[in-house]
Ligand binder design. Structure first.
Ligand SMILES: *Cc1c(COP(=O)(O)O)cnc(C)c1O
Length: 495
């Protein structure tokens, strides 16, 4: 049986089901496995013979030790058997020798969040059946764009759940906004909030940990859970695709068993890259984890200097899903490297001063594993154009940040270890910036005309689920201030 402990108090021990149902620990810490399971190279070689579903079942079973085999099987199949437009679920595209793009955007909302959010509601339903029978699960989401839609799509009409998404009023792309505001389903609500993503996220975190609000829900047989990447049920499924990418490279003969790879991840909340770190700690031969940021380069600074300082200018960029100054999942890395006492202290400093500095030993250990870099909007667009013109590959703005940071890293270090670059969204989700990058002006074109034009100019097809949005009715157009969030929640729940 695998137990989970809180990053701020290892005396708190829960099962996988409890960790997933609770989302966050009561004192504010995040749940992490007490010990990470190890996966041998022999096992990886066996996994290489399986499809994505087989690989996912095998990896997830190591973590969901209080699920039956049948439960894991049905969650995995329900999430990945249909619903993804590519039978490989997370395919690799080779753009040149030793450089592979891991396409994580083949799900229903065209962003990598689907990889986790198609399965989380299923994990949560099984978990709450074990850990909190008879309670209705209330999902509150703060989104910088892609999580919101992916969570809505994952939870819509799932029995015994209700979901409310808050997004920053000017922090998401028109396509992202339209995707959310047209969401179908009887248990869904969407509301804009005046402010940026961090405002939305801290508002949701506050509501989660507010005792009086929790009691009011309990009195109505309801309980909060989280679909944000602080939920273990979000992170765990993300570990799978790093194993799967390695398996695909093995199966296609690009690498031999035991060869190292580098992994490059466009990073915001530090969830995706943390999953890669866990894969490495479990035994996957990863040499460097390369963390790519946009102009909100708080992580680049942290990973190179050991100083985390959120007191800085906030930039709204063309890669909005990475416009984040508080990367919540970093806490889990700090726990792995440095333990709960330090984490508690640093997180206290972060909430009081917006800043902390880790000790030298911790920084050294982090730097042995992580490299980091950042790039601005101009470089992002240049990269999109260069990769399209030079290699015929069209990537979105977030992916382009990772591609740019990877080539910078390679040039600086001479490290030519085969690289897997995570691609986190369809380019058609961010048509304005992508079109501008490959074809110049976008003046006078609305969102859908840009999508059409992008398809025309590049010869690539727009995913159907984005093209179809044009004909959908807007269901949610509300906007509230930070102080009004509680009221919006009660209103939606009818309590
Ligand atoms: C969420 C998201 C990211 C950032 O992922 P984290 O796990 O938060 O680091 C990057 N790109 C896209 C398109 C996203 O939706």
């Amino acid at each position: 049986m695998m137990n989970y402990v809180s990053t701020r108090d290892t005396g708190i021990k829960v099962t996988a089901s409890q960790a997933i149902t609770k989302g966050i620990s009561a004192e504010g810490g995040l749940f992490v496995p007490e010990n990470l399971p190890k996966v041998s190279m022999d096992t990886v070689s066996e996994l290489a013979k399986l499809d994505y579903i087989g690989r996912a079942k095998s990896i997830l079973s190591l973590f969901l030790t209080d699920f039956t085999e049948a439960e894991v099987d049905s969650c995995v199949k329900g999430a990945y058997e249909t619903g993804f437009s590519d039978a490989k679920v997370a395919p690799l595209a080779k753009i040149e020798d030793g450089v592979h793009i891991l396409e994580l955007f083949k799900g229903p909302t065209c962003a990598f969040k689907d990889m986790a959010l198609q399965i989380l509601p299923r994990l949560l339903t099984v978990s709450s059946g074990k850990a909190a029978k008879g309670t209705k699960i209330v999902i509150l989401v703060a989104t910088s764009g892609d999580t919101g839609k992916a969570a809505l799509e994952g939870f819509k009409d799932v029995e015994n759940t209700q979901i409310l998404v808050f997004y920053p009023s000017d922090g998401v792309s028109p396509m992202q906004k339209l995707q959310m505001c047209t969401q179908e389903g009887n248990n869904v609500s969407v509301c804009a909030i005046e402010g940026n993503f961090d405002d939305a996220q801290s508002g949701v975190k506050r509501i989660f940990t507010d005792k009086a609000i929790g009691e009011k829900l309990a009195a109505n047989s309801m309980a909060f859970s989280s679909a944000n990447s602080i939920n273990w049920g979000r992170l765990c499924p993300q570990i799978v695709y790093y194993f799967s990418a390695y398996c695909d490279l093995l199966a296609s003969g690009e690498i031999k068993a035991g060869d190292e790879i580098n992994v490059v991840v466009p990073t915001g909340n530090f969830g995706n890259i943390l999953a890669a770190y866990y894969a490495k700690e479990m035994g996957l031969p990863v040499k460097k984890l390369i963390c790519a940021s946009n102009s909100n380069s708080v992580l680049t600074e942290f990973l190179t200097t050991g100083v985390y300082d959120r007191n800085r200018e906030f930039f709204t960029t063309i890669s909005p899903s990475m416009d984040i100054l508080i990367s919540s999942n970093l806490e889990r890395l700090l726990y792995s490297v440095s333990g709960s006492e330090n984490v508690k202290q640093w997180m206290k400093q972060l909430s009081e001063d917006g800043k902390y500095e880790v000790d030298g030993a911790t920084l050294d250990e982090i730097k042995a594993v992580f490299a980091a870099g950042c790039c601005d909007d101009t470089e992002t667009k240049e990269t999109i154009a260069k990769v399209f013109k030079g290699k015929g590959y069209l990537c979105d703005t977030h992916t382009a940040v990772a591609v740019k940071v990877y080539y910078d890293y390679k040039e600086k270090t001479g490290d030519s270890t085969p690289a897997v670059i995570a691609s986190t969204a369809s380019p058609f989700k961010f048509s304005a910036a992508v079109l501008e990058a490959v074809a110049g002006g976008t003046e006078g074109l609305d969102e859908f005309e840009m999508v059409e034009r992008l398809a025309e100019v590049t010869g690539k097809a727009c995913p159907e689920q984005l093209a179809n949005l044009r004909d959908k009715a807007v269901r949610f157009d509300g906007c509230c201030s930070k102080n009004e969030m509680d009221g919006v929640v009660f209103n939606m729940l009818g309590i």
